[in-house]
Ligand binder design. Structure first.
Ligand code: GLN
Length: 195
């Protein structure tokens, strides 16, 4: 069965996620620019970018209610980097309204500025049994996780990828590598929900 997977296309690294999704068999990737387009999607990626800008656009384009409803329908959402920040229940030092769907606390820009961007090579056993490049760009750190959150990746005490029943969050950017394992994992999670 062909499924449609959306990428929230308000700001940030949209094209890279669309490219990765389009490489997966029986997936149609859709750049979601209007809330009603979510109706045709079985899953959604909120990409990296600038969370303050994206938060404002989510409000201006009336996406907040639509994304919350999407989540209530048990459809899978993956937030990468800024997307992870927007999904988090709490952002250290900020009071702005988040989507608040993922029971974690995050710290923005926890690894320093753009200059402190780096690539870490490591394996994430649940995603793939080969080593992946984990690209961190002004990345958030996950500083607390709720009881129903599974940690997918952590280095020493630094948590950088988590999963719950219908959400995934990564501090890093799998869409900036030529490895498709994370996108494949996300699509499998969507398919498991709808089968
Ligand atoms: N530092 C950005 C923010 O706080 C996130 C960076 C990214 O998405 N690459 O929104």
């Amino acid at each position: 069965m062909i499924i449609t997977v959306g990428v929230l296309a308000l700001q940030g690294g949209v094209a890279e996620h669309l490219d990765h999704l389009n490489q997966i068999k029986n997936v149609r990737a859709l750049a979601v620019k209007k809330p009603e387009e979510l109706n045709s999607c079985s899953g959604l990626i909120i990409p990296g970018g600038e969370s303050t800008t994206m938060r404002k656009l989510i409000k201006d384009y009336n996406f907040k209610e639509a994304i919350i409803k999407f989540n209530q329908q048990q459809k899978v959402i993956w937030g990468s980097c800024a997307g992870l920040i927007l999904l988090a229940a709490e952002v250290e030092g900020e009071k702005e309204d988040q989507l608040g769907l993922l029971d974690i606390k995050v710290k923005r820009n926890a690894f320093g500025s753009q200059l402190n961007s780096f690539i870490e090579k490591n394996m994430i056993p649940k995603i793939s049994d080969s080593v992946q490049e984990l690209v961190f760009i002004r990345a958030p750190l996950i500083t607390e996780v709720g009881k129903d959150i599974e940690i997918l990746y952590q280095k020493e005490d630094q948590i950088a990828a988590v999963e719950s029943r219908n959400l995934i969050g990564t501090s890093f950017h799998p869409e900036l590598t030529d490895n498709n394992a994370f996108h494949q994992y996300f699509v499998n999670k969507i398919r498991n929900k709808i089968s």
